[in-house]
Ligand binder design. Structure first.
Ligand code: IMP
Length: 194
């Protein structure tokens, strides 16, 4: 089921057959995440950091990222659903799960899996600003800058992402492929057939 290339793990067969290519290996993700974590720890030392995961796509990234931030941070999660077709968001966003705690006066770090048009995050930032946090910054594993419709200030970016539909390491297509340990491009026939 798995094959190793050096220290890297690549799945053979199974859901890996639905990818046209791999764009980021598990090791590349881990190395970059460690660097981002160290940078965040340095930037937020002595502050009241609340890391907010935007569910569901960020669940693996946030789990790995917070373990690289050596600070007494707090963690919370928010879940939004963006209406649109299966591979594009529309900017009309519905709150599915709100934060569990007040954020006034706290330093928020929003953690996303990917920023595409930016519409989901821009809604979320507007919404959270009304609650008067001390600051809001964004960390995203992937940034599809080519697809951007609204401007988003991204303080921490893992990787620039090609303007293609990618899955794995938390990212899904219709709820599937989140468990793939690395990130790849889905074969177009997978979403054309459905
Ligand atoms: P935005 O509102 O267009 O920036 O879309 C953000 C959300 O769309 C992300 O949090 C993902 O859930 C989803 N998304 C955008 N591009 C991709 C992709 O290539 N693969 C999987 N999900 C994506």
């Amino acid at each position: 089921m798995t094959a190793s290339t050096g220290t890297d793990t690549v799945w053979k067969g199974g859901i890996a057959d639905d990818l046209s290519r791999t764009i980021l290996s598990a090791e590349q993700i881990a190395t970059r995440t460690a660097a981002l974590g160290a940078q965040i720890a340095a930037d937020y030392r002595g502050r009241d950091l609340l890391v907010v995961g935007v569910l569901s796509g960020s669940f693996l990234f946030i789990a790995d990222l917070v373990r690289q931030i050596n600070l007494p941070l707090a963690l919370d999660f928010i879940s939004v659903s963006s209406y649109g077709d299966r591979t594009r968001s529309s900017g009309v966003v519905r709150m599915l799960k709100d934060l569990n705690q007040p954020i006034a006066g706290r330093d928020l770090l929003l953690v996303e899996d990917i920023i595409d048009t930016g519409l989901t995050l821009s809604y979320l930032i507007e919404n959270l600003r009304t609650r008067h946090p001390a600051s809001i910054a964004v960390a995203t594993l992937l940034d599809k800058t080519e697809a951007r419709v609204v401007k988003i200030d991204t303080a921490y970016v893992g990787f620039e992402c090609p303007n293609e539909f990618v899955v794995g390491y938390g990212l899904d297509y219709r709820g599937r492929y989140r468990n793939l340990p690395y990130i790849g491009v889905l074969k177009p026939e997978i979403y054309q057939d459905e």
